[in-house]
Design a protein around this ligand. Sequence first.
Ligand code: NAD
Length: 281
Amino acid sequence: MISNVCVLGAGRMGSSIVRTLLGYGYPTWVWNRTAAKCGPLAALGATVAPSVADGFRAADVVIINVLDYAASDALLKQDGVASVLAGKAVVQLTSGSPRLAREEARWVEAHGAGYLDGAIMATPDFIGKPETALLYSGSRDVYEAHKPLLFALGGGTSFVGEIPGQASALDTALLTQMWGGLFGALQGMAIAEVEGLSLEMFRSHLSAFKPVVDAALFDLVDRTNARRFAGDDATLASLGAHYSAFQHLLEACEERGLDAGIASRHGYDLSAGAFARAHGR
Ligand code: NAD
């Protein structure tokens, strides 16, 4: 049976979700704080819900995609909404922290609805593509019951766990890794430019270096998972070798007066004495 869906929020992401659902033939309602934003979606076949409560009444599945949890909370907790929640599936695609997801789940479930908390690992133009990943946690029943709809939004969809905040936690963990890489790239570009290297050259060498970096990344995760911290036969570069090479980054920055703050203020104690003490040398 194909579900009726209501999407609360017609921003960049919400609009893309609505367009995708319409493309798959889902009867779709849409509500947005500024109703005018729903116009282009209505032209594609969406029905504009006059209120959030009307959206809940019309739909089996309500997807929330507004700016943040404060906005989402205000929508859910307004007069007339709590009483129409029972029996609905609420899919929260607004970004938030694990705690906010857990709290929202408790509140929604206390009002008789099922709750699935999602993290969208993509920009709006990727919604509906086979490779697009959305992570979900919370009610496995809601996930299983609405799998076709969830997979319509992204073929790389997966269920992370039954604790509602787990999708948000995985999203944050993955983004942390991405931001570390992006901050590193900014530092790298500064070094390249100050030494007269073009960013085209930096970029082209990034591709060749990427498999080595990826292998080191997965090795780090696997070793940490196995709590295998000491060097062994499989070690390709010892901690000492990394430490020594890392000094070149600091020297390169110091020689040209570049701020090495990103490298040196993020938990590394780079004094040789501290390194020796930490490693029993
Ligand atoms: P956007 O700024 O384009 O849209 C924000 C939406 O929130 C609008 O519909 C706006 O009307 C609504 N809104 C804001 N404050 C509100 C309030 N107080 N009450 C009711 N509605 C309110 O943002 P977006 O890019 O569509 O992002 C929406 C959500 O999706 C965010 O939580 C964002 O983190 C998440 N997300 C976005 C992307 C992306 O690439 N754009 C990727 C992953 C996740």
